[in-house]
Design a protein around this ligand. Sequence first.
Ligand SMILES: NC(=O)c1ccc[n+]([C@@H]2O[C@H](COP(=O)([O-])OP(=O)(O)OC[C@H]3O[C@@H](n4cnc5c(N)ncnc54)[C@H](O)[C@@H]3O)[C@@H](O)[C@H]2O)c1
Length: 259
Amino acid sequence: MIGEQAGSAVALITGGASGIGAALARRLAGHGWQVVVADLDTTAAARVAEECGGRFVTTDVASADDNERAVAYTVEEFGRLDAAVLNAAIAGRCGLHDFTPQRYRDTMRTDLDGVVYGLHAALPRMRRQGGGHIVITGSIAGLTGSPDVFYASAKHALIGLVRSAAPLLEPDRIRLNTVCPGLVDTPVLASARAALLARGLLLADPDEVAAAVETVLADERTGQAWSVQAGRTAVPIELPVVHLASCSPSDKEQPRRTT
Ligand SMILES: NC(=O)c1ccc[n+]([C@@H]2O[C@H](COP(=O)([O-])OP(=O)(O)OC[C@H]3O[C@@H](n4cnc5c(N)ncnc54)[C@H](O)[C@@H]3O)[C@@H](O)[C@H]2O)c1
């Protein structure tokens, strides 16, 4: 769908000023897309946009209004919105031991609310133009858990969002997927980088994740969570399916309680 029109396709990338988002902006621009970099960091966003021949818009994804503005600006500049890559996130601002409600909210307002607002802002435009594709940058932390508990909680929620919302968007020809990278060599990992390498862990190059997002954008499936790991092909993960108990004779899914 989108891949076929890549010559004129338009992508909005939140968190596009650094790391994975910047790599994606460069990659898509290199393949003929028009890109809009939406980020809190105006200076870096302007730099990436300039490299890509694209545009930038200063955006705090935690603000619903900013998300609306970023979509409106994209459409004003390029006339459509084929892909919204909701990628901005921060590491958790607190864990269990240094928890404060404010730090917890700071984490969730970017990592979860920021994606929900981005989705909400993109949908009306995509519906009007007859379709589109939304890709959310999740994390392996959303599948396995992590000591960064609230970051991991937000990333788990994103998988739930994709699984729940994707079927509802199919009639509008809007696809919704998430990519779940493992460790990626970006500024967010800078302080832990040496220790991770010393443990023998592999860090993906941000462009590997960008390539995976490009693969997902060209894929017809929706509602998928894609695993993206250093040096491995990106693949959709088989997520557990649990059926509701019913009185149907075919309900043999789970052992029945005997006491
Ligand atoms: N680096 C990794 O190991 C890794 C692993 C799994 C998932 N991810 C995910 O990949 C995505 C990109 O992370 P990255 O590693 O490239 O990090 P990064 O820090 O290099 O880039 C994140 C970008 O988001 C921007 N940003 C932060 N808060 C924002 C806000 N409120 N509004 C708008 N922009 C904001 C930052 O300015 C920055 O440009 C995130 O969703 C992250 O959770 C990263």
